[in-house]
Design a protein around this ligand. Structure first.
Ligand SMILES: Nc1ncnc2c1ncn2[C@@H]1O[C@H](COP(=O)(O)OP(=O)(O)OP(=O)(O)O)[C@@H](O)[C@H]1O
Ligand SMILES: [Mg+2]
Length: 433
């Protein structure tokens, strides 16, 4: 479990510090303030490698650079291992353009799965990936599994000892093979898809039969059954379905391979999984945005037979934020928000108290999203802000009042709650609403 992460003079802010909770950690903040960067850095402290260094096909996950190259830059972390916590501090070497730290295996005893915002995935497995401990003569293993979006589907090859070796068959081949063999992985994949479905009763993603797309394409392609379009080959499925299928696949593959490797090595099976999830709502319909967090929270039980999952998830969605209201537990869960503060403005990461808001609109005007009103259009918001200003004036002119009234009329529906107060005000100023 990641217990602590502190960045000094690194990335988009002079300083960032986070003490994650053991279960759910929500991360909000405007575009460009550093949510993905923070997840990249969390991945690095947990696994010892930047995603882009492992796979040059990645368009994200680059090594962190200092804000001010002339000053010391450090990344400090604390990771809870099986029996104790490991503190680490890395310092940036300006001349070497690299992070220097004590050479040691990552302390993380469980799997780390990173769902990047662009559909790529990274997996680190304590039984399959680690740094070579030359003194003990250990064989060199891959540093991590970093899949571009295409590699999730078509398979991953990696350089090892100067050779390119196949390390994962990819969703299309693996899933087809699992279905053909009717094996445990086929069942795990179906379980994961059902658990991650928008609605476990009425909108379940069900695996369908294997299909051929064309005569020329010799592959048996997995499919899903839909209530609206019959059987859909997975390559034709919608972006939301494919994102969730890719996640279900990566989890099923990572867990199954971990168990095989742990058994070969005589290791215990991991008792924790850390999941880093960037933009957890991507491609999902609002109904689905309301269920995804709860489904991820429960995966430790539904898919992994009782493993603790620590989730760090970034979001731009008020529905995702609102969806944790019924079960958010401050002892297990936390919310962190990035905001611009001060002059000149600097990105600041702060823990925020998670309280019940009840409506999405109320989340929009909360510290998570900082909107001035919960109205849908910018025009409606501007009209309301102008009207509120007039309401505060001691003696506004009737022209101004009626100008604003017309602006409100053009932008607000008749049912908007603001009318009650505004119409009374217009009448009090001698106007006709
Ligand atoms: N490898 C890096 N080293 C140093 N700074 C970085 C690095 N990668 C990103 N940044 C900084 O972080 C900023 C963007 O951060 P990031 O991509 O994490 O934003 P975000 O909060 O995820 O935004 P969005 O919501 O648009 O995805 C960049 O503008 C840049 O200043
Ligand atoms: Mg981002």
């Amino acid at each position: 479990m990641l217990e602590y992460l502190k960045l000094d003079n690194v990335g988009p802010a002079p300083r960032m510090e986070i003490t994650p909770s053991p279960r759910l950690n929500l991360l909000t903040g405007d575009n460009g303030l550093g949510k993905s960067f923070l997840l990249d850095t969390a991945w690095w402290v947990l696994t010892g490698h930047w995603p882009r260094d492992v796979n040059s096909g990645m368009t994200t996950g680059f090594p962190a650079r200092p804000v001010d190259p002339g000053k010391t830059a450090t990344i400090s972390s604390r990771i809870r291992g099986k029996t104790k916590s490991y503190e680490r501090k890395a310092t940036y070497s300006r001349s070497g353009e690299a992070w220097v730290k004590k050479r040691a295996r990552p302390g993380m005893p469980g799997l780390v799965v990173y769902a990047h915002a662009n559909g790529s995935f990274s997996v680190w497995d304590p039984a399959r990936n680690y740094w070579r401990d030359q003194e003990n003569g250990e064989e060199e293993r891959l540093s991590a599994y970093v899949f571009s979006e295409a590699e999730v589907w078509d398979g991953l090859w990696q350089e090892s000892n100067g050779r390119s070796v196949p390390v994962c068959n990819g969703l299309l081949l693996h899933w087809a093979h699992w279905i053909d063999a009717n094996n445990d992985n086929a069942r795990a994949m179906a379980t994961a898809l059902s658990a991650l479905s928008p609605n476990k009763e009425s909108e379940v993603i069900r695996p369908g039969p294997l299909l051929r797309l064309t005569i020329r394409d010799g592959r048996d392609i997995p499919s899903i059954e839909t209530s609206y379009a019959g059987v859909v080959p997975i390559l034709h499925a919608s972006a939301g379905i494919r994102r969730v299928c890719a996640l279900a696949y990566i989890l099923t593959w990572a867990w199954s391979e971990h168990r095989i490797a742990a058994e070969r090595r005589g290791d215990e099976i991991a008792s924790q999984i850390i999941m880093l999830f960037d933009e957890v709502e991507s491609h999902l319909h609002p109904r689905w945005q309301r269920t995804i967090l709860g489904a991820l929270r429960d995966l430790g039980d539904t898919l992994f037979g009782g493993v603790d999952i620590q989730l760090l998830a970034s979001t731009h969605s008020p529905l995702v934020m609102a969806s944790a209201e019924p079960w958010f537990d401050p002892d297990k869960d936390a919310w962190f928000d990035l905001d611009l503060e001060g002059n000149p403005p600097e990105a600041k990461l702060r823990p925020r108290p998670y309280t019940l808001h009840g409506t999405v609109g109320s989340w929009l005007t909360s510290k998570a999203f900082d909107l001035a009103t919960d109205r849908s259009s910018v025009q409606a918001e501007n009209a309301i802000l102008r009207a509120r200003k007039i309401l505060r004036e001691s003696n506004p002119s009737l022209d101004d009042v009626m100008d604003t009234h017309r602006e409100l009329r053009a932008a607000l529906p008749d049912v908007d709650a603001f009318w009650v107060r505004w119409n009374a005000f217009v009448e009090s100023r001698g106007g006709t609403p």
